[in-house]
Write a protein that binds this ligand. Structure first.
Ligand code: ATP
Ligand code: MG
Length: 322
């Protein structure tokens, strides 16, 4: 993986992204330590420390998120993903849109200086298992920002007035630092909006969320995800300045994913398997590949044989994926 860290380091230089540079440098140092190149690792650590105002041995602590007063549960959980967009197999359109957005986020201060509005609200839509969560993780990884994940459902408290406080607290938190704020299950809002059984309180909740998104002018990137673009009405769609569809993978994309996950298989075999898996999400392809790997490993086989492949395929195809 040293290649990847070197690539990150060089692109960080071009992007003037100090944090990304230091993360890549740290990853390289850790690799050298793992190889027991202790003298070199110590020397690199010293150089990095001498040139940095921040401690290099540890990342800054993850921020503490507010809790729901009723349940005492956190309104979100934080992580520091080290995923990258290149870890994913994406179609041309989503890949281009996401790279363009990343490029802008890295240069928000330039846009600010020119008085141009930032794009900071992204909606990811697509069927389950096609990479919404993975994409948000990769965006946070690429930007070197903590990921703050909230389930929209979890913000809605059974206590009157508490929901509004939760929303205020969450968005205030997102204004306190440059994070990627992920609102998962965003469609639950759309459903609630139209549900005739809902009374005024819920309608107020939905409007409060929309207002928070509208008003948001902080340093975080807000990302929402939905499985059901159909249930989002135009008032919800309108809140997002960028919408990226993550559809089911094409046969070519499944082939690419399989070649990455099962590189020891001949290409013709992979193409045949991709045809069989066509119409299933990325998650199914991954499930298949891990099944193959596990059964080959348990049989002490150095490469998977037709029995492993056949069994994994029938297990994968017999499961409901959507
Ligand atoms: N584009 C992709 N390239 C490679 N792997 C992928 C891709 N999309 C999804 N996967 C794999 O499939 C699994 C499920 O993906 P993920 O959780 O990101 O889907 P999701 O769209 O968030 O699903 P859900 O709607 O159920 O939340 C992950 O383990 C991930 O590694
Ligand atoms: Mg998800």
């Amino acid at each position: 993986m040293a290649g990847r860290h070197l690539r990150d380091m060089i692109s960080a230089y071009g992007e003037r992204d100090d944090l990304k540079f230091r993360r890549a440098a740290q990853a390289i140092i850790q690799e050298e330590e793992a190889k027991r190149h202790n003298v070199l690792a110590r020397e690199l650590r010293g150089i990095l420390a001498a040139n940095s105002a921040l401690a290099v041995t540890e990342e800054p602590a993850l921020p503490e998120v507010p809790v729901d007063r009723d349940s005492s549960l956190p309104l979100a959980y934080t992580s520091r993903p080290d995923a990258m967009l290149t870890d994913l197999v994406l179609g041309d359109q989503p890949a281009t849109s996401l790279k363009a957005l990343l490029n802008e986020v890295r240069q928000w201060s330039r846009l600010d200086k020119m008085g141009l509005p930032r794009r900071n609200r992204l909606l990811l839509s697509g069927p389950p298992g096609c990479g919404k969560t993975s994409t948000v993780e990769a965006l946070a990884g690429e930007l070197g920002r903590p990921l703050v994940t909230a389930r929209v459902e979890g913000l809605i408290s059974s206590y009157l007035g508490e929901t509004a406080a939760n929303l205020n607290n969450l968005f205030e938190f997102a204004s306190s630092g440059p994070y990627v704020l992920f609102l998962d299950e965003f469609d639950s809002l759309g459903k609630r909006r139209d549900d005739p059984s809902d009374h005024g309180e819920l309608r107020r909740v939905v409007n409060a969320v929309l207002q928070q998104i509208d008003r948001y002018a902080g340093p975080s990137l807000i990302v929402a995800a939905t499985n059901h673009s159909g249930v989002l009405d135009s008032a919800l769609w309108r809140r997002f300045d960028t919408i990226v569809e993550l559809p089911l993978p094409t046969a070519t994309e499944i082939t690419e994913l399989l070649s990455r996950l099962l590189p020891e298989l001949p290409f013709d075999e992979i193409r045949g398997l991709a045809n069989e898996l066509n119409g299933r999400p990325h998650a199914a392809v991954e499930y298949f590949a891990y099944w193959v790997r596990r059964s080959a490993a348990l049989d002490d086989a150095s490469t998977p044989d037709p029995v492993h492949l056949h069994r994994a395929l029938s297990e994968t195809l017999s499961r409901p994926w959507m």
